[in-house]
Each structure stands twice: as C-alpha cells, then as structure tokens.
Design a protein around this ligand. Structure first.
Ligand code: FAD
Length: 274
C-alpha cells in the first residue's frame, strides 16, 4: 500500500496530518506521498513534509512534482532539494493547467513540456524511484486510447517504475485499462488509486474535474445524507470496502490510497486484505 497526503495549510491541519500518519504507520506502507500544488504553490510545504516524514517516521516518503509554470532549472532545483533531503521517491506528473483543470495546458517556454520529459529530467539528476499517473478512463486531453497508452509507455521508457491510477469508481474501467495495457505489451505495475468518498459532494465535483465518472448507483447511495454524517461515513466505508474487495478478489496486490489526510477509512480498508 501507499498513501497519498496533501501538504497541510494551517497549524491545526498539520497536527491532523501527523495524527493521521501515526495511525497509518502500523500498516507499513511502501511509501507515503505528498502532493505538489498547482504551479508549485506548495513547493516549500511539500518539501518540508516529505523531509520530516523521511527523517522522523521511518516511513519512505515520496514527493510529488509537476512542471507547470516552471523552467527546467527551477524544477531541477526542486529535484536536487529532494535528493539532498534523502527523498528517493518521486511521483512525477505534468500537473494541471494553472488556469484550471480541463483548460488547455501551455508548457513554460523553457520548461518540461509533459510528464515524459519530466521523468527523463529527474533521471538525469539522481537514481529516483519514479511513479507516474495513469487513467483508467483515459486522460481527458488524450485524443484516443492509442495516444493515451502510448504516452504511458513513453513514461515507462523514460524511467518510471510504476503507474498510480487516477481515482475510478467502477472497477470495470480498471480491468479494461489493464487489458489495454497488456495488449500494448506494456509491462509495468498499474497500481489502482482508491478514493474513499469522505464527502460525496466534494469528491464527485473533484472527480468530474479530473474526468473520473461517478456511477449513478453510487450517487444514489448518498442521496439525502448531506445532514447525516454518520450514515454518510458508513456508506462511504462500505462502498470502498466493496471496491477493494472486488479488486483483491481479481488479483490486485498493490493499492494507492488517496487519504485526503484522513486515516480512518484507509485503516478500515486495510483490514480487507490483512
Ligand atoms: P502527461 O503524462 O504529460 O499527459 C497529459 C496529457 O497530455 C495526456 O492526455 C497525454 O496523452 C498528452 N500528451 C503528453 N505528451 C504529449 C505529446 N508529446 N503530444 C501530445 N499529447 C501529449 N497534479 C498536481 O498538480 N499535483 C500533484 O501532486 C498530482 N498528483 C497526482 C497523483 C496521481 C496518482 C494522479 C493520477 C494525478 C496527479 N495529479 C497531480 C494530476 C495530474 O497532474 C493531471 O492529471 C495532469 O492533467 C496530467 O498529468 P500527467 O502526468 O498524466 O501528464
């Protein structure tokens, strides 16, 4: 298992971050990753959190990195900062356009243009374990599946060790994606990204922005639960358990959990395959 966190903004949120991490640590994750805000907005916070995770918890830390609105030199400097901090794992993603998800992406004039270039650039600086992103429902900017899978192949050829998927809520999308990957002769772990639905309205809005579809049958399970957080939490936990159980039954052995900095759902889910 690996767990994804985002860098907290306030002191209180930071306390919560460390408490969640403490609860998740006994699950012995392969790594804990910390996201990188749009346009490098969390650059210092991401670095500070991964540095502390690496130094204080004994858990391997992975730093996310994007190439939005930054020159190659600026990105390379961040990579060197990770290297000096003893961070050996990077989740390398292009990043979303700074004017919003779904808008046209314009690379920085002297920057890395996409994740393939970013992965190759990171590899020149150090011997990092690099994860990249994959999309069971296709990246919204890919013209077709062929282009999408070819892009993933190029990320692997540039040095990526594995792909972590975008959230998905219908396991058939994941199974079909694995088939496409296999058919293309692409031999690389495709680790499913699991998003427990802590807050239906927020997660469904975010999913829509990322091009991840929310099946009608899931939406209907949350209907009328806006003012009933306890039942909402139970529904979310049972849905995530159903999803993970089915994936485990289908032979999946690695998972990446989007924790949103909360531990309880993931702690419960880990028991599905304990
Ligand atoms: P790429 O692999 O570069 O692909 C983007 C699109 O461009 C694809 O459609 C691809 O087919 C197309 N493309 C690539 N190269 C070419 C080319 N040469 N010609 C034509 N088309 C091309 N975002 C953040 O801002 N911070 C994070 O920390 C973060 N973490 C993430 C973690 C995970 C597990 C996932 C799944 C996503 C994460 N993202 C994050 C979101 C990610 O930045 C977006 O999904 C982004 O839109 C694409 O990133 P990518 O690395 O997949 O891009």
């Amino acid at each position: 298992m690996s767990f994804e966190f985002f860098p907290p903004k306030s002191e209180k949120a930071e306390q919560h971050f460390w408490q969640s991490l403490e609860k998740l640590a006994p699950l012995d994750p392969r790594f804990v990753s910390v996201t990188y805000g749009a346009g490098g907005s969390t650059r210092e916070r991401t670095l500070r959190m991964v540095r502390r995770i690496a130094a204080e918890t004994g858990i391997e830390a992975a730093a996310h990195l994007t190439c939005v609105d930054a020159s190659r030199d600026e990105v390379d400097e961040v990579v060197r900062g990770y290297k000096e901090a003893g961070v050996r794992r990077i989740v390398a993603v292009r990043g979303d356009p700074s004017n919003g998800v779904g808008e046209k992406f314009t690379p920085h004039p002297t920057g890395y243009a996409n994740a393939v270039e970013l992965v190759a650039g990171i590899g020149k600086i150090g011997d990092f374990d690099i994860s990249v992103a994959a999309y069971p429902e296709k990246h919204p900017e890919s013209a077709n599946w062929e282009q999408d899978i070819d892009n993933l192949k190029r990320k692997r050829d540039a040095g990526a060790a594995r792909a972590l998927t975008q959230m998905f809520f219908d396991n058939d999308d994941y199974w079909r994606f694995l088939e496409r990957v296999e058919k293309a002769g692409l031999d690389m772990p495709i680790v499913p990204g699991i998003q427990p639905i802590h807050n239906f309205s927020r997660i469904s809005a975010f999913a829509a922005k990322c091009g991840a579809s929310m099946p009608e049958w899931i939406s209907s399970r949350f209907e009328g639960l806006e003012e009933d957080p306890q039942t909402h939490a139970l529904v979310a936990a049972s849905l995530a358990a159903e999803q993970v159980t089915e994936l485990v039954d289908g032979g999946v052995t690695q998972f990446h959990f989007f924790t949103m900095n909360h531990a309880s759902h993931v702690v419960a889910l880990a028991r599905v395959f304990a």
